[in-house]
Write a protein that binds this ligand. Sequence first.
Ligand SMILES: [Zn+2]
Length: 137
Amino acid sequence: MDLYDYDKLFDKAYEKIPDNVKKLKRFEIPKAELRFESKNTYIMNFNKIINTLNRDKNHFLTIFLKKAGTFGEVRGQQLFLKSPYKEQIINRLIEQYTRTYVLCSICNKPDTEIQREGKRLFLKCEACGAREEIKEK
Ligand SMILES: [Zn+2]
């Protein structure tokens, strides 16, 4: 099968998706609710955020804490961060993670899973079938 046929096949498959599925409501990450305590930050709705992203907590933490450049740990439903953080910074870091590790780069839907192949990571999309290599930023 050449590339042209493959494209046609893909278009056909897309046409078969009902319109109501194509127009699913926009995926929204809950905004971080922060609490400050002696110059530290707690993300109070951390569990809710992780559940929405539907990703492994430890994977998220590894990336997030590296970008935030601080120590942090899960405390019950909350995430403790050793430093005061502005709300916009936290939300931006969560958005960055979401764009790279959750949303399909083809159809922008969050119905994906991370697949590991040696050192390479792929994002497999259940919605459109795309499988793209994750480029860590
Ligand atoms: Zn997709």
